[in-house]
Design a protein. Structure first.
Length: 258
């Protein structure tokens, strides 16, 4: 057995898989640069640490279940007049996550509520927080089937253990009393331990009508709104403003073809 193979096996046994896979490149670089032993050791350990961090980040992003990947750098603050640069920077600081503060993002469809929540969620994951994303419809489905399907039960347990939960399209659909009760118990289980971002195109005053039970609606509101920042997003729908039209596409292709 060669020394390289022996080193590879030792790294695998020590669960330094990332370094083992890159061992050939690390050794080749060392032959050229001829670093001191301690410098080479630091390079190897740094490589393993960064590789593990990258894998952990990828795993947390996957677990979050974001519908798409869009960072805060891609959020167009210039097109959202109701949110100042100072407020945006304060949201980016994520201090409110440590304080278990809730954000309620309100506004018409297409004004950036979901994009902003995803951007904040991605930033939180990059800072080491455990984040989950779920739509209102999906959450209700999971809550109704958690006693039947293990996958649903596991997902609910994961969402309950997050430090930041993004609940998208709250009150998009009306709930019956059973569904409202399930939602209340879920919120009740997490509201003192988890920061929550809610997006909705309905004002909190109208949630009671959609929940269908004023007492449960009041209880949910009490837990969410008591410690929250309500941000009203305004402006023209971003998707409509930047839509790609059929006729513009045809004109562009004509110019290219001619």
């Amino acid at each position: 057995m060669t020394l390289t193979k022996e080193a590879y096996n030792l790294l695998i046994s020590l669960q330094f898989k990332e370094t083992a896979e890159s061992l050939a490149n690390l050794l080749e670089n060392a032959q050229h640069k001829k670093p001191a032993y301690v410098d080479f050791l630091i390079e190897v350990l740094t490589h393993e640490k960064e590789a593990r961090n990258d894998k952990a980040l990828a795993r947390r992003l996957k677990q979050a279940h974001f519908p798409y990947y869009k960072t805060l750098n891609e959020f167009s603050l210039a097109e959202q007049p109701s949110l100042s640069r100072q407020q945006f920077n304060q949201l980016q600081s994520l201090d409110w996550v440590d304080w278990q503060y809730n954000l309620i993002l309100l506004g018409p469809t297409g004004t950036g509520k979901t994009s902003l929540s995803i951007g904040l969620g991605i930033r939180a994951i990059q800072q080491g927080y455990k984040v989950g994303f779920v739509t209102m419809g999906e959450l209700i489905r999971l809550l109704k089937t958690q006693d039947i399907f293990k996958k649903a039960a596991f997902r609910i347990e994961f969402l309950k253990k997050t430090q930041l939960l993004i609940l998208d399209d709250l009150m998009f659909l009306a709930l019956n009393k059973t569904e409202a009760n399930l939602l209340f118990h879920f919120i009740n289980d997490i509201f003192e331990e988890t920061a929550i971002i809610l997006t909705s195109n309905k004002e909190p005053e109208s949630w009671g009508e959609l929940i269908g039970d004023e007492i449960i609606a009041a209880a949910i509101l009490d837990r969410i709104v008591a410690k929250s920042e309500i941000i009203q997003l305004r402006g023209e729908s971003y998707r409509l403003k930047h839509r790609e039209t059929l006729f513009n596409r045809d004109e562009s292709n004509e110019l290219v073809n001619n």
